[in-house]
Design a protein around this ligand. Structure first.
Ligand SMILES: [Zn+2]
Length: 257
């Protein structure tokens, strides 16, 4: 089982949340959090803003006088255009099927009248901690992350608007290499993120760790050793996340000039 409480205490996670709260604008009232999960950020937003709509694929259960819970899908939001002063969407876009990604971004942009805040993993190596589903045999990228982002990609997804602020919280992104990945793949990805909450992205069943013979375990340990050397000697100080805040009213005034 994925231990959410333990994860929230990790230093990188604290840095991520601090960055979000520091970057968010003070002058908003109606806020949409698209993809709120357990409501950890939602409750922080409720301390800061008058009215927070917490949306997720499964109806969230967050009890707070300023929070309204809504079931919904960010690829098709049931809100009128410009319904919110601020739309915040973190740790969501990396999960959206690539064919739906542009639609999801357009929807987030459509429902904000002023601010849009996006947070995603930065240049994530999607091969790291990949898993293989024992049920359907397909390969899953770690924690169901199917998209990797950098500033350029995010900018182009949101119409290349000028951003107001950007931050890159967290340090030390873990990378793999072709040989280690090939070995892991051969043995069914023994070091995959099997404790994740997300099920198989192909068949929806729970992911289970493969059982390996001793020779297989030794070969995989060799692959792991290679990866460790690579990460200790390579440029490991790459940020973990990228956060961007846009003020779309600034774009409108730039266009008018
Ligand atoms: Zn599967």
């Amino acid at each position: 089982m994925f231990d959410t409480a333990q994860y929230r205490r990790k230093e990188v996670e604290i840095q991520r949340i601090d960055s979000i709260m520091r970057m968010l604008p003070p002058d908003a009232q109606q806020v949409l959090e698209a993809g709120c999960r357990d409501g950890y950020i939602t409750l922080k937003l409720a301390e800061k803003y008058q009215a927070v709509t917490a949306l997720d694929l499964n109806l969230p259960s967050i009890t707070h006088p300023r929070v309204a819970c809504v079931q919904g899908d960010i690829t098709s939001l049931a809100f009128a255009d410009k319904s919110f002063d601020l739309v915040i969407c973190t740790e969501v876009l990396e999960h959206i099927p690539p064919l739906m990604l542009e639609t999801a971004c357009a929807e987030l942009l459509r429902v904000t009248r002023r601010y849009l805040f996006i947070g995603v993993p930065f240049r994530q190596d999607l091969r790291v901690h990949a898993t293989r589903c024992l049920h359907c045999g397909s390969i899953n990228p770690t924690t169901g992350h199917v998209n990797s982002f950098d500033l350029q990609r995010l900018m182009s997804l949101f119409g290349n608007m000028h951003f107001t602020k950007t931050e890159y919280p967290g340090r030390g992104v873990y990378k793999t290499n072709r040989l280690s990945y090939a070995i892991y793949k051969h043995y069914g990805f023994p070091y995959g993120s099997y404790e994740q909450e997300e099920p198989c992205i192909h068949c929806g069943k729970h992911l289970e760790k493969p059982r390996l013979s001793l020779p297989a375990r030794i070969t995989c340990l060799f692959a792991k050793g290679l990866e460790t050397i690579q990460n200790k000697t390579g440029p490991s100080e790459s940020p973990v996340w990228i956060h961007i805040l846009w003020d779309i009213t600034v774009q409108d005034s730039l266009k008018c000039q």
